[in-house]
Design a protein around this ligand. Structure first.
Ligand code: DOR
Length: 441
């Protein structure tokens, strides 16, 4: 007869969301990788995770977070940011370069990688900022181990990273080969419009200051340059119907990200209810745009869901608009907020997995992540699709200590996080010590 199959870990009896659909199965893990998927009559493992009644998703990857280290660690750091990630069912993150100093050089990247070592609860990679200062080196920098690629701010947001002109942006697109992540807002239009904002203006004007045309113009300029230089781009946090229309014409070069908050909130309601907690760049917009984003999600135009987790302290957020900084937390709430949308029938669970697991892996070229298949990393987000829970600021690990979803009742919750065959979160408690490693591309 057959000898018992021996694994390091078995995840038993959950409904596994695989490329061929969802089915109840047991997953066998060896050496941090998925070794077998099926029904094993005779299997043994030192660790058995009972997943009956749960859905087993590939580990959720949040490819846009700001964790503020170094330099702005009163808002967040790599330990608190990644702790929030695993508590929210996220197994890997890509972190943005608008820290202090900016992440512009090999030494800046090495510093972040050294800081993450032994302190990151989930796997990680860091974007290099593209700027006039490092444009000639980008082709070399983007392929360094632990680098998620190059990120460009076309419009100014938090921090000093900025590429306002086509000349520099064109040079950036000519230096290197990987997909370039872009914050697309048109700086000249932004500067002109910001100059007109008087003290005492209500934050609900944020979406008129940084208006649809500010985003549309930038995407139009970007598409022209991407075609000219034949370079792939990843357009972050797209917010409007008009931008989606342009992006639909350039599926050869552009991938598209949306955030849970742009799929959830609308203007002016969010600004009335949340004040500056609803302020982010690019802004929360009117219902018409939210509906266009959902259409883009369900028609296949959107490639990736990212949280744009961008914490600022409550004190900073209490400043009167427009001095209040832009950004909201999101890494810990991405999964529950989107599962709630699944429960409400706005997207399927399979599509969520496509956007939050496979999508980032495909767009950024991640190795062996994002899919439940033999040989892939044993990263899993175990979710209970039925449970009703309330999102609360006091459960948010972020140093900033708040979420715009405080008090929101949701259906669906991440109940366990497994990274490379190690359970790191169960029922809202972190397990063990930080085991995060650099992602490979
Ligand atoms: O709202 C935002 N906040 N948008 C960005 O692009 C940056 C981010 C931050 O780092 O605070």
């Amino acid at each position: 007869m057959f000898a018992a199959m021996i694994f390091d870990m078995l995840i038993r009896g959950g409904t596994c969301v695989t490329p061929s659909g969802s089915a109840i199965a047991t997953i066998g893990i060896r050496d941090g990788k998925i070794a077998a998927i099926g029904e094993f009559k005779a299997a043994a493992a030192s660790v058995v995770v009972e997943a009956r009644g749960l859905h087993v998703l590939p580990g959720v990857i949040d490819s846009q977070v700001h964790f503020r280290e170094p330099g702005l660690t009163h808002k967040e750091d790599l330990e608190t940011g990644t702790r929030g990630a695993i508590l929210g069912g996220v197994t890997a993150i890509c972190e943005m370069p608008n820290t202090k100093p900016l992440t512009l050089t090999e030494a800046d990247l090495a510093d972040k990688l050294a800081r993450a070592q032994g302190r990151a609860w989930c796997d990680y990679a860091f974007f290099i900022g593209g700027s006039a200062a490092n444009v000639e080196q980008l082709g070399r920098l983007e392929v360094l181990p632990g680098c998620a690629g190059v990120k460009v701010f076309m419009g100014s947001s938090t921090g000093d990273l900025l590429v306002p002109d086509d000349e520099t942006l064109g040079r950036i697109l000519q230096n290197g080969h990987r997909r370039v992540a872009i914050h697309a807002e048109d700086e000249p239009r932004l500067t002109a419009r910001k100059a007109g904002v008087k003290a005492g203006t209500h934050v609900r004007e944020h979406c008129n200051v940084r208006d649809v045309e500010t985003g549309r113009l930038a995407v139009e300029r970007l598409m022209r340059l991407a075609v000219q230089h034949h370079r792939r781009v990843h357009v972050l946090h797209v917010t409007s119907a008009e931008e989606m229309e342009l992006l639909a014409q350039r599926r050869d070069l552009a991938t598209v990200e949306v955030t849970p908050q742009h799929l959830t909130f609308t203007a002016p309601e969010a600004y009335e209810a949340l004040g500056t907690y609803a302020q982010m760049n690019p802004p929360i917009r009117e219902l018409r745009h939210r509906e266009a984003l959902w259409h883009a999600v369900n028609s296949g135009l959107v490639d990736v869901l990212g949280s744009d987790h961008a914490p600022h302290t409550k004190e900073e957020k209490a400043k009167p608009y427009p001095e209040s900084p832009s950004g909201m937390t999101g890494v810990q709430t991405l999964v529950p907020v989107m599962l709630d949308h699944v429960a409400a029938g706005r997207l399927t669970l399979q599509r969520f997995v496509d956007l939050a697991c496979e999508g980032p892996a495909r767009a950024l070229g991640l190795m062996s992540k994002g899919r439940i298949a033999r040989g892939y990393d044993a990263d899993f987000t175990l979710v209970d699709l039925k449970v009703k829970r309330t999102i609360e600021s006091n459960a948010i690990a972020s140093r900033s200590g708040w979420t715009p979803y405080d008090g929101k009742r949701v259906v669906g919750w991440p109940v366990a996080t497994i990274i490379r065959g190690r359970e790191v979160m169960r029922d809202g408690a972190v397990i063990g010590s930080p085991i995060g490693q650099a992602l490979r591309f």
